[in-house]
Design a protein around this ligand. Sequence first.
Ligand SMILES: *Cc1c(COP(=O)(O)O)cnc(C)c1O
Length: 227
Amino acid sequence: MVVENLAEVERNICAACERAGRRREEVTLIAVSKTKPVSMIEELLPGGTRDFGENKVQELCEKYEQLPKEIRWHLIGHLQRNKVKYVVDKACLIHSVDSLRLAQAISEEGKKRGLTVPVLIEVNVAGEESKFGVAPEETEGLIREIAKLPAISVKGLMTIAPFVEDPEENRSHFAKLKKLNVDIKRKSIDNVSMNVLSMGMTGDYEVAIEEGATMVRVGTGIFGERN
Ligand SMILES: *Cc1c(COP(=O)(O)O)cnc(C)c1O
């Protein structure tokens, strides 16, 4: 079933890219496997899927141990500073940095291990009370501070858009994040590249691609409902 689901998501991504005049290679599909067994992940490996997303450090680490090392693990959930040490060498990208204190902890851990840790800044683009992430107007300032740290590198922005019935309701949020990304990129801050825009989930990834997403994070659409 997951193989068929993935094929459908893939067709939708291609169609969205075509509508937006973008190339398929500009968009990375992250299969969000949180709460799902390794056997479901293994079903996708022969087809070439390599990018998987987890929102909990412990689950990411367990799956990391059990599965082939060519998998690229994305940490997409909130990260606590005391868990940084477990994940800096296992995640290819941490999508959820939203404070200087967390960035400092990541950089410190990276330095110890001789790594430069790639991260995205999580932006609370809709200003939802319940969500992690920095306010749009605070994003550039935070990035400028993080850019001074030795062993962490900002690659772009991430957002978790509101849960909505109609994905069109999130279009303006995606457009706003894209604009913020472009504005910050134009500043050419040393050690900051801003080429990654992680936005769009099962309910709204096509709209996100139309608005410039370079990474979409799809869980339910591939693996089915979670409990
Ligand atoms: C769970 C999760 C997703 C995937 O959500 P679906 O709606 O199942 O596609 C994407 N991003 C983050 C940060 C998540 O926690």
